[in-house]
Design a protein around this ligand. Structure first.
Ligand SMILES: O=P(O)(O)OC[C@H]1O[C@@H](O)[C@H](O)[C@@H]1O
Length: 274
């Protein structure tokens, strides 16, 4: 198996097939595979942060097919728009399906994704392989080195967190909820379904941290219920508003490199693929 790592700073399986990529002045991504006679199967990896990243993946796939590569797998740990898996208000797109249709049209032999937001992503993708967050959470808890309780931030995360707990041998789970205004995106009404957390170390586990509002609101609600140290385990760290404010609430923020590299203090980044 050969690997084509389209993001030069994301090279999980070692050496990449050599290539040159650039964007034409008209905005079109372009690629030139520099090696000839690649007779093997190829796994393409990429971190999709924009539609042009998806474009690069598409043209790389086309280039490989034109070189006669028959077996092509793709590994995109952060599946774009996995969160947009329902139409909440009329006029919105079902974006996850748009991305899934584009990926399916490439007829990859395997599509690997990591901890997708819901069951909708794997249901839509052909030949999908899902890497669950269980091992990642286990690695994070090894850093914490004390007894913790797992916190599910909302209904969406609930099903997954019980599976994580089971994998870890039955760690206690606390359920929480929040309200998001579907029109404005505004968060409110954080609730913790436990009266007294008795100073225990609470670890929130979720798939994505974007602006961080979910976790700042929840941290406050947990503190009001007598939580001890707080930590955060996030599979896909976007952190669009930085981590400064989050760092003031959470002792450690754990994430992977599925979306981007993070070098700030207070963040432990564990490679998503080894
Ligand atoms: O509050 P921010 O960080 O913006 O958004 C993250 C939350 O939004 C959801 O899709 C994620 O699953 C997570 O619960």
């Amino acid at each position: 198996m050969r690997y084509l790592h389209l993001d030069p700073s994301f090279t999980p399986y070692g050496k990449s097939i050599e290539f040159e990529a650039f964007v034409f002045n008209g905005g079109e991504p372009h690629i030139k595979i520099l090696e000839q006679n690649i007779e093997d199967s190829v796994t393409i990896t990429h971190r999709i942060n924009s539609f042009n990243d998806l474009g690069l993946l598409m043209i790389a796939t086309d280039a490989l097919r034109r070189m006669g590569i028959k077996v092509i797998n793709v590994c995109i740990p952060y599946f774009p728009a996995a969160r947009q898996d329902r139409v909440m208000v009329s006029g919105e797109s079902l974006s996850v399906k748009v991305y899934a249709d584009i990926i399916n049209a490439q007829q990859y032999d395997q599509v690997t994704v990591f901890d997708p937001h819901s069951e909708v992503t794997p249901a839509l993708l052909d030949n999908v392989k899902v890497i669950e967050n269980y091992e990642f959470v286990k690695q994070c808890l090894k850093h914490i080195k004390e007894e913790v309780i797992l916190v599910s931030p909302d209904g969406g995360a609930l099903k997954k967190i019980y599976k994580v707990s089971e994998f870890l041998g039955g760690v206690e789970v606390i359920e929480c909820s929040k309200k998001r205004d579907v029109k404005t995106g505004q968060l409110s009404g954080f609730r913790v379904y436990e009266e007294d957390l008795k100073g225990k170390h609470c670890v929130i586990v979720d798939d994505i941290c974007d602006g961080g509002g979910t976790f700042l609101g929840l941290a406050k609600a947990l503190q009001e219920k007598n939580a001890g140290t707080l930590s955060l385990i996030i599979s896909h760290g976007i952190f669009s508003k930085g981590i400064e404010e989050l760092s003031q609430c959470f002792e450690t923020i754990f994430t992977t490199n599925s979306f981007r590299d993070i070098e700030e203090e207070g963040v432990v980044q564990i490679p998503v693929l080894r």
